[in-house]
Design a protein around this ligand. Structure first.
Ligand SMILES: CC(=O)SCCNC(=O)CCNC(=O)[C@H](O)C(C)(C)COP(=O)(O)OP(=O)(O)OC[C@H]1O[C@@H](n2cnc3c(N)ncnc32)[C@H](O)[C@@H]1OP(=O)(O)O
Ligand SMILES: O=C([O-])CC(=O)C(=O)O
Length: 377
């Protein structure tokens, strides 16, 4: 039945579509958004500008950026019912609460079923602004505090920190969050974006696709890794324990979290910026040991790196959040805040040249056989 059929398990190395959004050179460890290196964007750009670039294909002029920014700011509103929904499931994992709330917004928001480029853009911009509001409101509600209203004068990153902590963040803290969002904004056919594209391919609406993406991002093999890295760092406790920890993991053939990537065979280019963040912030906060533990794990992993096994973006990002006092279970939702424009633009591309995404599984079950009535089994 299966003669000559080649199966690409996990869809490894399979191209399913063309995309003009981001280019990943796995061997060279390079990532481009619309032709610009992630390093230039992390150094010189803002999240708002990167959103515009991803969605419209070009860096904006000042006027284009101002118009786009005011659309994002105007969308910093949530229906009252959302806060009741958050309160009713406040003890759940923030990723479950976020997914449930985005799903509820599909039913609560006028125009959520609108499709086509215009409908997707309207809903995508609205959700890009609402996702950080939901994450921040949930964290406050579960800690017995009132949600903080969005400040429409602040940048996307500064407003997120303001809504979370109820204090205007320092410029340095807001910039670090901004860079984190830029680094996480887009990454081709990663599992959550691919899943969102599958949803759009059935002509479902954007809210549905974002719910799919959130569900997929949550797993520890994808966005959940930053949370697991932080748990690993706590378990290791001090740099001198790292080698034994790694040895035990590898002896059991278990993955060391924060290492490995489906596409990169060189270091994930985003990791460099987060590593610098951990080093600097650790020194500033008088907590250099986190950086030292991470570097001891990198050293201990060297003998196992012959396949090009390197750290990925999530290896350092959790410790940056920890040093900012952000609880571990918010790490995946923070990834989701950054990834919103990437999901949106992948959905736009899918919608513009749609084809139902429907691969095949090669049947290897029993041969055709006669039905046996229940009394004769
Ligand atoms: C933002 C992101 O989503 S980045 C990824 C975040 N996830 C993690 O950090 C979780 C840990 N990493 C992993 O589980 C994996 O590396 C994945 C799921 C990300 C990628 O998996 P794959 O594409 O199947 O890995 P790949 O085929 O490149 O593996 C090559 C070899 O490296 C090994 N390997 C891959 N990742 C790891 C790891 N983290 N620790 C130890 N060994 C690993 C594999 O076992 C395999 O070894 P083998 O050839 O001896 O069998
Ligand atoms: O591309 C991937 O497979 C995972 C990843 O790094 C991302 O989504 O940022």
């Amino acid at each position: 039945m299966s003669d000559g059929v080649k199966i690409n398990r996990g869809l490894k190395d399979v191209y399913f579509e063309r995309s003009g959004v981001s280019h990943i050179d796995g061997k060279a460890g390079e990532l481009l958004y619309r032709g610009y290196t992630i390093h230039d964007l992390a150094e010189h750009s803002t999240f708002e500008e990167v959103c515009y670039l991803l969605i419209h294909g070009e860096l904006p002029t000042s006027d284009q950026l101002a118009e786009f920014d005011s659309a994002l700011k105007a969308a910093r509103e949530l229906p009252d019912a959302v806060f009741d929904i958050i309160a009713s499931c406040k003890d759940g994992h923030p990723m479950d609460v976020l997914r449930t709330t985005v799903s509820a917004l599909a039913a609560l928001e006028p125009g959520s079923a609108e499709k086509g480029r215009v409908g997707f853009l309207k809903n995508g911009i609205r959700l890009t602004s609402q996702v950080p509001m939901i994450v921040a409101a949930h964290d406050r509600i579960r800690n017995g505090k009132d949600p903080v209203a969005a400040d429409k004068t602040l940048t996307h990153a500064a407003n997120w920190l303001w809504m979370l902590g109820g204090e205007i963040p320092s410029e340095a803290a807001a910039r670090l969050a901004d860079v984190d969002f830029i680094l996480h904004a887009e990454h081709g056919a990663n599992a959550s974006s691919f899943a969102a594209r599958v949803t759009v391919s059935t002509e479902a609406n954007l809210h549905g696709a974002i719910v799919t993406a959130l569900s997929t991002l949550a797993g520890p093999a994808h966005g959940g890794a930053a949370e697991d890295v932080m748990k690993m760092v706590h378990e290791i406790g001090k740099p001198e324990n790292a080698a034994d920890y790694v040895k035990a993991k590898r002896a059991n053939r278990e993955a060391v979290t924060g290492f490995g990537h489906r596409v990169y065979r060189a270091e994930d280019p985003r990791a460099r910026h987060m590593r610098e963040g951990v080093r600097k912030l650790g020194e500033e906060k008088g907590a250099p040991e986190w950086y030292e533990i991470l570097q001891a794990v990198v050293e201990a992993m060297k003998p196992y790196s012959r396949h090009g096994l390197n750290v990925n973006v999530d290896f350092y990002s959790g410790v940056v959040y920890q040093l900012h006092g952000i609880p571990m279970d918010l790490y995946v939702p923070i990834f989701a805040i950054g990834r919103m424009p990437g999901w949106l633009v992948q959905c736009l591309e899918q919608e513009e040249r749609n084809i139902l995404l429907r691969p095949l599984t090669l049947y290897d079950g029993p041969e055709k056989r006669a039905y046996v009535p229940i009394g004769e089994r």
